[in-house]
Design a binder for this molecule. Structure first.
Ligand code: G3H
Ligand code: ZN
Length: 283
């Protein structure tokens, strides 16, 4: 069965590794991610954005994730990514999600705390884990778009207070990464990660994990990151593989002929990330 993130996040924080959240966008993503994690014997998180939920349908989403858990025997959390309201979070929990993110980062601190508290209270009663967010992470993901000038780093004192009042199971804070492709290299504020991670018992979440140099990932984990989100790198690998397969053979009509290469390409991406995050053999 699907598990809450508390099945593996405490261990990740204690032993300084990170569990990957790989976004689930369709069946091919599900297969690629699960096969990679099986090869590495790693726990992982299926992140599902509201856009992906609309695309797949909530019943298919849960069924696919449950099939992955059953086939692999791995601890897999099915997690709502950037949930925008209490209602969406509850809808996902009712449908079978084992974890939710409430992203109240566009609200003021007080309102964000109040709304997050409500989600935590309801989710906890169901054994479902909750991720909160503080500060605004730049870039574009689905319907979520934050201009660079509006991306604001999290303030450590606020993040610590947010944790203490809400009791979330992990905390996403804006520390310099962004969603989507980077133009240059992201400047990660390790001091912010360290300060917050040292003061709270739960791990920090790094969003916008695609395109972050390996060394920066390692340093982030050392500072206190225990969950890392990756989506764009898989999308790029998927689309590139499909383009190449179609370009190399104009006679293809069977979708499996270009989707199998996409699965293989994404599997390679995920396996590399799992190794980098240090979660191999932690299942
Ligand atoms: O919430 C999902 C992520 O933060 C993914 O970011 O697409 O830049 O890897 P990414
Ligand atoms: Zn994100």
């Amino acid at each position: 069965p699907l598990v809450s993130m508390n099945e593996f996040l405490p261990k990740a924080k204690e032993n300084k590794f990170a569990v990957g959240q790989f976004n689930l966008n369709n069946l091919e993503f599900a297969k690629a991610i699960t096969q990679a994690a099986m090869a590495e014997k790693s726990p992982f998180i299926f992140g599902v954005s509201e856009g992906a939920l609309k695309y797949m349908g909530i019943e298919y989403t849960v069924a696919i994730a449950e099939a992955a858990a059953k086939e692999s025997g791995l601890p897999i959390a099915l997690h709502l990514d950037h949930g925008s309201s209490f209602e969406v979070a509850m809808k996902c929990i009712r449908a079978g999600f084992s974890s939710v993110m409430f992203d109240g980062s566009h609200y003021g601190l007080e309102e964000n705390i109040e709304l997050t508290k409500q989600v935590v209270k309801a989710a906890r009663a169901m054994g479902v884990s909750v991720e909160g967010e503080l500060g605004t992470i730049g870039g574009v993901e689905d319907d979520l778009s934050v201009a660079d000038e509006d991306a604001t780093l999290a303030k450590p004192e606020e993040a610590i207070r947010y944790y203490e009042e809400t009791g979330v199971d992990c905390l996403a804070i804006a520390v310099g990464t962004a969603h989507g492709m980077y133009k240059g290299e992201p400047k990660i504020h390790y001091d912010i990660i360290q300060k917050v991670a040292d003061a709270i018992p739960v791990p920090i979440v790094l969003h916008g994990g695609s395109g972050v140099p390996d060394e920066a990932i390692r340093q982030s984990i050392q500072a206190g990151v225990g969950k890392i989100n990756v989506n764009t790198e898989n999308q790029v690998a998927c689309t590139k593989a499909v383009r190449e397969a179609l370009a190399s053979n104009a006679d293809i009509i069977d979708p499996r002929k270009y989707l199998n290469p996409a699965i293989k390409a994404m599997q390679a991406v995920v396996q590399e990330k799992i190794r980098l995050f240090g979660s191999s053999n932690q299942a």
